[in-house]
Design a protein around this ligand. Structure first.
Ligand code: PRP
Length: 206
């Protein structure tokens, strides 16, 4: 099992402002991008690389290039706010969108859009969703990516609940989880408490 909670002063600083209900949408989106930078940098630091030779203006240099095929899997809507930042750091990545919302009455995920194909899986999938509450949406995505045949799965979330993390780690111990902060509980509507509200609604002003 591999769960990494970002132990970084910048992450603690920015997520505190993100949680603040006075933080408006423009600043909220900017903070999501900053936190995504920290998450992607941490999650990708041990990705497999091959030797790669380049010629500098002065001499040959034996360098490295990432060897795996990588796909970003943003869970719509909120995951969209993490894509551009992740693509800046991983410009060679594919993007496979997946639309999912949580039914308000049952809190179960409902899929409404999927670009995930059935053949030719990528080597590494990096799932992007700012929030992991019950873990139901993430579980549905992981099931889909496993069915596609992806070998290495990463899940990047800005905020999670302890019950959601526990459920995912129990059911999917091979996934690599990278999270900025984990809160202790969910309320009776399955919202993370204290949390930050609904990331999609706050980012897109709905
Ligand atoms: C939120 C969030 C996750 C999901 C987390 O999305 O972005 O996708 O809920 O909850 P879970 O862990 O209990 O499944 P939401 O359904 O609000 O859709 P949105 O991204 O369109 O706002």
């Amino acid at each position: 099992m591999s769960i990494h909670i970002l132990d970084h002063a910048l992450a603690k600083h920015h997520i505190t402002t993100l949680r603040d209900k006075k933080t408006e949408a423009d600043q909220f989106r900017r903070l999501l991008r900053r936190l995504t930078t920290l998450l992607v940098a941490e999650a990708t630091k041990n990705l497999a690389s091959d030797s790669y030779e380049v010629e500098t203006p002065l001499a040959l240099f034996q360098g490295k290039q990432i060897s795996h095929s990588i796909g970003l899997v943003p869970i719509l809507r909120a995951g969209l706010s993490m894509v551009d930042t992740a693509l800046d750091l991983l410009p060679f990545a594919e993007v496979w969108h997946l639309g999912m919302y949580r039914d308000e009455a049952t809190a179960h995920p409902v899929e409404y859009y999927s670009k995930i194909p059935k053949t030719d899986p990528i080597d590494v999938a990096i799932i992007l969703d700012p929030m992991l509450a019950t873990g139901g949406s993430a579980s549905a995505v992981i099931d889909k990516l496993n069915a596609w045949g992806v070998q290495h799965l990463y899940l990047l979330s800005i905020i999670a609940s302890q019950p959601g993390v526990d459920a995912l780690c129990k059911n999917y111990p091979d996934v690599h989880y990278f999270i900025c902060d984990v809160d202790s509980s969910l309320n009776d509507k399955k919202f993370i408490v204290p949390g930050l509200g609904d990331a999609g609604d706050r980012a897109f002003q709905t």
